[in-house]
Design a protein around this ligand. Structure first.
Ligand SMILES: [Zn+2]
Length: 211
């Protein structure tokens, strides 16, 4: 079966199976509009689908995905700000109460940021996108060079979450809502092969596995 045929077969199964089961929920979401309380910023990686990982129902999650689950700092220059537009929609349009930045192990975007050499030299957009992690990468190299490649990679992947959380606060409507308590920011990291989910502990300053 081709990959596309697999998709169409999957859609048929969805239509006849889980759609039928959740029909009342979906009809309600259509009539009243979506009101998700959680927005997730995740990587585009095919192995890290928030809806699957968190067993979410339709209407539960507003999902923003891009290479390496990054939030850029707020910039008004330029015209096409996909991630910032999605964030604006989640915060100002839907009033989500929680924003989760979900990092993950074995991230191709982080790998490219750490060592672009093996990738096609015609890559143009990805290197520039992940360059927002350059300072964090330099810090990891300066402090962890003896820890080995695996530990440095993990540190870069987790730092991508922290940089995104920091950049979130450059958007005034995020900052204001966090300060008033209307919005909570969460930094999570999933090791897809574990599988193990960790959360950033703001007091301890490190990622700790959820029990
Ligand atoms: Zn990734």
């Amino acid at each position: 079966m081709s990959a596309v045929d697999k998709l169409l077969k999957g859609y048929q199964e969805y239509r006849d199976g889980s759609y039928e089961l959740s029909r009342p929920l979906i009809e309600n979401l259509v009539a009243k509009g979506q009101r998700p309380e959680v927005a997730v910023i995740a990587c585009s990686d095919s192995r890290v689908d928030p809806a699957i990982l968190f067993q979410a129902d339709p209407g539960d999650l507003f999902v923003i995905r891009n290479v390496a689950n990054l939030v850029p700092p707020m910039e008004l220059e330029g015209t096409y700000h996909g991630t910032s537009a999605a964030l604006e929609f989640a915060i100002l349009g839907l009033n989500v109460k929680h924003l989760v930045v979900l990092g993950h192990a074995h991230c191709g975007g982080i790998k490219l940021m750490m060592d672009p050499e093996p990738y096609d030299s015609s890559f143009k957009f990805v290197p520039s996108w992940v360059s927002m992690l350059a300072a964090a990468h330099r810090r990891v190299l300066a402090t962890m060079s003896s820890a080995g490649e695996e530990a440095c990679t993990r540190a870069c992947e987790q730092n991508a979450v922290l940089v995104s959380l920091e950049n979130l606060t450059t958007f005034p409507w995020v900052r204001e809502r966090v300060e008033s308590g209307a919005l909570q920011l969460h930094g999570w990291y999933v090791d897809i092969a574990g599988p193990e989910l960790s959360g950033y502990d703001w007091e301890a300053g490190k990622f700790t596995p959820f029990s």
